[in-house]
Design a protein around this ligand. Structure first.
Ligand code: UDP
Length: 358
């Protein structure tokens, strides 16, 4: 199978390459301005790598040739860090919508299967969170179902939603081209994939605020308190990157089942509040380092406006219905949150905290 991957050098792309290049039947052509996470694959004769963005006019000529020759295009390219959504909204919207549109158009022109990575953020906030009681008694008001749940976002001043809204528009464009031009598509809505190589550590190999796993890791490794935004009551479900990538592989191997569908890819059994995640991570870090003092590592709370700046609004809860992925792909994630954290935090610890391993 000939696969084009746009944004192949990021967290998801690097794990997808690990998986697909392990199978001789895959030939991959990829684009990414960064190669730090995929250096181990650059000499693989079944992988052709372009160290550039895919949306420059010069790159697009090559991308068009690759789209014409391939079986499937997987688009992973995006700016997907919540701290950017309200601080660099123009870049965020461009990267998730306008930069993606030429790719959608090429896939529509050649009727090539487009696996379009979206986000669970397209669901926005749950309906339950707007009701006076604010309880989660009724799954119909919080469970996220691909083909039923309304997509609910805050006002435009709350620029947190710039990413979600751009991604929703990209989904709608994909769907519109499917309806009008017969574009075969699969939309993937990831729900908090965790694993090695996920994010950077501020002031080590990146700047700004990464996602929660790397924020807590950076704090643990530098002796700073873990910071809970607005008390850490937001809930997330966590799925292993390995199991998430297995879901993508299953899609590629079952085109008839996977095409023209949107899929939640997440693990409903691994739900935590951010306060619970902080506690679990400090205890896991105590285990990894053998230093029991981390069991009581300080945890503080900070207002969202101070942590992210104005215009941040949180997703309260992301509980996926994964029945469709189970039914059509035969995919059921089983890795528990403690297992995922142990693997992921150990990888961070080896990469950053142990000097000789850096
Ligand atoms: N968060 C936190 N402390 C941090 C970083 C993030 O409490 O140091 C919270 C954030 O407000 C959100 C959750 O953790 O409620 C997950 O944030 P993340 O950046 O990982 O991305 P998201 O799941 O919102 O896309």
């Amino acid at each position: 199978m000939r696969v084009v991957i746009l944004g192949c050098g990021g967290f998801v792309g690097s794990h997808l390459l690990d998986n697909l290049l392990g199978d001789e039947s895959y030939l991959i052509e990829g684009w990414d301005p960064e190669d730090r996470k995929i250096r181990g694959h650059l000499d693989n004769p079944r992988f052709t790598f372009h160290r550039s963005v895919a949306n420059s006019p010069e790159a697009l000529v090559e991308v068009e040739r690759a789209v014409r020759e391939c079986d499937v295009v997987i688009n992973l390219a995006a700016i997907c860090n919540p701290s950017d959504y309200n601080t660099r909204p123009v870049s965020v919207i461009h990267a998730s919508l306008f930069d993606v549109y030429p790719v959608i158009q090429l896939c529509a022109k050649y009727r090539r299967w487009l696996v379009s990575f979206s986000t669970s953020e397209v669901y926005g906030r749950t309906l339950a969170s707007y009701l006076p009681a604010g309880t989660y008694d009724d799954p119909d008001l919080y469970e996220l179902r691909e083909d039923e749940t309304p997509l609910v976002m805050g006002p435009i001043q709350n620029q947190r939603w710039s990413y979600a809204c751009a991604k929703q528009m990209a989904e709608r464009l994909v769907y519109a081209h499917h309806a009008e031009d017969g574009l075969p598509f699969t939309i993937v809505r990831p729900l908090n994939f965790f694993g090695p190589r996920m994010d950077y550590i501020p002031s080590r190999d990146g700047d700004g605020v990464p996602r929660v796993l790397a924020c807590f890791m950076a704090a643990l490794m530098s002796g700073q308190p873990l910071q809970l935004v607005d008390g850490g009551q937001a809930r997330r479900t966590i799925v292993s990157i390995h199991e998430a990538v297995d879901a993508i592989r299953r899609m590629l191997e079952r085109p008839a089942a996977a095409q023209n569908q949107a899929f939640n890819i997440g693990n409903p059994h691994n739900e935590v509040t951010m306060a619970e995640l902080a506690d679990l991570m400090r205890r896991t870090y105590a285990k990894i380092t053998g230093d029991r003092r981390f069991d009581d590592h300080p945890i503080v709370t900070v207002p969202a406006e101070r942590f992210y700046g104005p215009g941040y609004e949180d997703c309260d809860r992301r509980m996926p219905d994964i029945g469709k992925a189970q039914r059509l792909l035969g995919w059921t994630p089983t890795m528990t949150l403690p297992e995922i954290l142990l693997e992921t935090m150990r990888a961070y610890h080896e990469a950053y905290a142990v000097p000789e391993a850096v």
